[in-house]
Design a binder for this molecule. Structure first.
Ligand SMILES: C[S@@+](CC[C@H](N)C(=O)[O-])C[C@H]1O[C@@H](n2cnc3c(N)ncnc32)[C@H](O)[C@@H]1O
Length: 223
């Protein structure tokens, strides 16, 4: 069982994705436990305020340090130990290698920022791995947390019904996946490659290997 702790200001953004498809099934099968923690519950302010204006001026509001420190300290007091991901566009880019490492761990934590970001003492005053899902800016860490959760969960043994599926996927062997086809054999003048229809498994494997290599070279090699 993989347990994922998520610190967020918007827990209501999660239930749809957590209930459907692979994430929903993994939770039903007892392979995944996602615990959503609303940072407002740790606000020291009596109006549950968690953000404030940046010192020195500038647009927007920042997440204040105390709700995050108090939430993390509460989790540790209640037995949390594991990797802690601070979701930020400035972090290391999330990839399949990190997904594999997280899927092999029993537990990890993600902090979703929001607004203009967070007070930098959150970043420096607690131990984190800073992680980004790409070089673009989201309104909050929640979509990033869900993307990471999805990529990690499909690698938890038993989460995909078919044990073979993650083995042949893109990035598993450092390559992109080969093209795939299903019925009909011909659609609007586009035919399924003949080799896939013949039933010669060795030939199919060779064709797929070659297609995977070509696709990776064309799309991922440096100019
Ligand atoms: C509007 S963004 C803040 C952007 C910040 N002002 C900056 O320029 O780097 C609010 C929050 O969304 C999350 N976020 C935005 N883009 C992200 C990305 N590419 N990867 C991971 N988290 C991201 C982070 O948690 C961030 O604190």
């Amino acid at each position: 069982m993989l347990t994922v702790e998520i610190l967020t200001l918007f827990p209501e953004m999660f239930p749809g994705m957590l209930s459907a498809s692979i994430l929903g099934l993994a939770r039903q099968r007892g392979l995944l436990d996602v615990r959503l923690h609303n940072l407002r519950d740790w606000s020291a302010d009596r109006h549950h305020k968690v953000d404030d204006r940046p010192y020195g001026g500038g647009p927007g509001m920042l997440l204040r340090p105390e709700p995050v420190f108090r939430a993390v300290e509460w989790l540790v007091e209640h037995g949390f130990s594991g990797r802690r991901l601070l979701l930020t566009p400035g972090g290391r880019t999330f990839d399949q290698g990190l997904a594999r490492e997280l899927a092999a761990a029993p537990r990890f934590l993600m902090l979703c920022g929001h607004y203009e970001g967070f007070d930098d003492r959150i970043r420096t005053g607690l131990p984190w791995e800073e992680v980004s899902i790409g070089d673009y800016v989201l309104s909050g860490g929640e979509p990033a947390a869900l993307a990471i959760l999805d990529a990690v969960t499909r690698l938890v043994p038993g989460a995909l019904g078919d044990p073979e599926s993650p083995v042949e996927e893109s990035f598993t062997a450092g390559r992109l996946e080969y093209p795939q086809f299903t019925r009909p054999r011909e659609f609007r003048g586009m035919a399924v490659p003949e080799v896939l229809l013949g039933g010669n498994h060795a030939e199919i494997a060779r064709w797929r290997e070659e297609q995977s290599r070509l696709r990776t070279e064309r799309r991922r090699s440096q100019p």
